[in-house]
Design a protein around this ligand. Structure first.
Ligand code: XMP
Length: 546
């Protein structure tokens, strides 16, 4: 699909102002203007690890959903015009001092409310029921028996396998509520009233509840009467209108890293403001084989101009002889800022800086009880620009999950292969060449990565994995080639499965595929005589080696 080079007609009349909650750190100008017609469900986050998953599941049902902190103020929440609220689970006890409780308006609005686990217990307590510690903690699979094949259990068999994880349970229903289902350990495993207040003790959002999605759909469509016509692609028109409203006739500079998020952001912004978007693509010499050409060609083919800055020498000079992983990361971050500042000057005046921030970045930066975590690595991406640049942020993807970003990218006409590429770290191949970075070592790791990727694509396995990588440890070993002794480099391969990169399992690449990859690497990549496979999960390892 071709993207137009002129801005689309703004649908500004379909927009209305919204008041966001306090922006996460680093956000200078968040914007969220929901259309009046878009159905939205707000999930209030009480600290469950599953909260973002609830949002995802609702979106998968075709209803736009957003996560908000449990104590979101009423104006902020109402600005989204929610058609229903969902209260997530959480680690607390509803009766414990200091436990998080929603504000009163949650119970008084004219919206249906679904309370999941702790959310159900809050509902019971707030509306006059009773919550107590259960004799036994219920964790894992449980069978519930539904009283009625209606409402959230419409069209479902009465006995359902569900996933439970709770220590408290409900011992008395609030006035006006009916018991909807029970289990051996939870006499009230689901409850509801005529106003669409529903509590469920189990977790429909996790895959361990086989009919979880059917229960979720029943809540959205049977109980709330929603249409379910939202798709990530429908997001495009709305985002285009938002960008146009935010930017007016000003210019925007985008630091294009070549990664999926910033490339999709570039395509979306270009659709909104055409050539008032300045895409600065810094070739730092640390990218994958043919990556700079590929990214530039793909965007150019869509009529999106890219300003490619050849900063390879600048980065490699700055990295010369540096072996400490953190120092490498710092140098790359600083060099990037220097290069980008030079470019911004060249294109001045520019008022806006666009970034490919996505929803997981936003959620992580405002987790309700995020505690200061030990610094494992100083991750950086192109977002770490200094405040002195005085640019206002435009973040058109800040409400989308990674796979939704990919759907939008495809809808905007970006090639499938580019959109479904694996995540790639900001410091690029510099953190996959252990020790000092040189052109020769980059060349080795680049070729090995290309072979790994090519063979996995050929075996239709590439998109099965979260990420695959080739690493060049600073190690040489003895080998024999022909009749000659060799003393040459070792390449390590890594393939992992993950949902969010926070934890990861090493992937079981079939041995015959590994054999092909290994044989090709030792034959085709100069100065490599040995290939090893990394079989470590995260934790204790990290995904990247540095
Ligand atoms: P680790 O190695 O910390 O990586 O387990 C988790 C995920 O993050 C990617 N990664 C980065 N991404 N800037 C980024 O944008 C960085 O500095 C960076 N370092 C690691 C890594 O590839 C994996 O997907």
């Amino acid at each position: 699909m071709e993207s137009s080079t002129t801005p689309d007609t703004p649908v500004v009349s379909a927009l209305r102002d919204s008041h966001e909650s306090a922006p996460p750190q680093g956000e200078r100008n968040p914007s969220s203007r929901p259309s009046n017609t878009r159905e939205c469900v707000v999930v209030l986050d009480f600290g469950s690890q599953y909260s973002p998953l609830i949002v995802r599941r609702i979106r998968e049902c075709g209803v736009y959903a957003e996560l908000m902190p449990y104590d979101a103020d009423e104006d902020t929440l109402r600005a989204l015009n929610p058609r229903a609220l969902v209260l997530s689970g959480g680690p607390s006890s509803a009766y414990a001092p200091g436990a998080p409780h929603p504000q009163r308006y949650v119970w008084e609005g004219d919206w249906p409310v679904l309370g999941i686990c702790y959310g159900m217990q809050l509902m019971a307590q707030a509306l006059g029921g009773n919550v107590e510690p259960a004799e036994r903690r219920e964790y894992g699979h449980a069978m519930i028996h539904a009283e009625d094949a209606a409402g959230i259990f419409a069209d479902l068999a009465p006995d359902q396998d569900v996933w439970m994880s709770h220590g408290d349970h409900i011992t008395a229903l609030p006035p006006g509520f009916q018991m909807l289902a029970s289990s051996a350990n939870s006499p009230i495993a689901a409850m509801g009233n005529a106003q669409g207040m529903i509590g469920i003790q189990f977790h429909p959002e996790v895959a361990h509840t086989p009919e979880g999605m059917a229960i979720m759909r029943n809540f959205l469509f049977e109980v709330c009467g929603l249409r379910g016509d939202w798709t990530p692609a429908a997001f495009i028109d709305e985002a285009v209108a938002e960008i146009q409203a935010q930017v007016g006739d000003q210019r925007v500079i985008l630091a294009l890293s070549g990664g999926v998020d910033s490339t999709v952001a570039a395509a979306l912004l270009h659709r909104a403001i055409g050539d008032r978007l300045i895409n600065v693509f810094v070739d730092n010499g640390l990218l994958r084989l043919n990556e700079p050409d590929w990214v530039e060609d793909s965007l150019t083919r869509l009529g999106i101009p890219v300003r490619r800055v050849d900063a390879r020498a600048r980065f490699l000079d700055a990295l010369a002889g540096v072996t400490d992983p953190e120092k490498k990361r710092r140098i790359i971050g600083e060099t990037f800022i220097d290069v980008f500042e030079d470019e911004a000057q060249r294109h001045a005046p520019v008022d806006f800086l666009a970034q490919g921030t996505i929803y997981s970045d936003v959620i992580e930066s405002r987790a309700p009880d995020s505690k200061a975590a030990a610094r494992i690595k100083s991750h950086h991406n192109v977002g770490g620009l200094p405040d002195t640049m005085r640019l206002t942020l435009v973040e058109p993807l800040r409400k989308l999950f990674k796979d939704e970003v990919r759907t939008v990218g495809e809808e905007l006409g970006l090639p499938h292969e580019l959109v479904w590429r694996h995540p790639f770290p900001g410091p690029g191949l510099a953190v996959r060449v252990l020790g000092a970075v040189t052109e020769q070592k980059l060349h080795i790791v680049r070729l090995a990565d290309a072979i790994l990727t090519e063979e996995l694509r050929a075996a239709s396995l590439y998109e099965e994995y979260w990420q695959v990588l080739a690493v060049l440890p600073d190690v040489q070993s003895v080998g024999v080639m022909g009749d000659e002794r060799t003393y040459d480099h070792l390449v390590a391969l890594r393939a992992i499965e993950s949902q969010d990169a926070m934890t990861a399992n090493w992937a079981r690449i079939p041995h015959d595929v590994l054999a092909r990859i290994s044989s090709r690497i030792v034959n085709e990549v100069p100065h490599v005589n040995r290939v090893v496979y990394d079989i470590t999960n995260k934790p204790p390892a990290t995904i990247e080696w540095e």
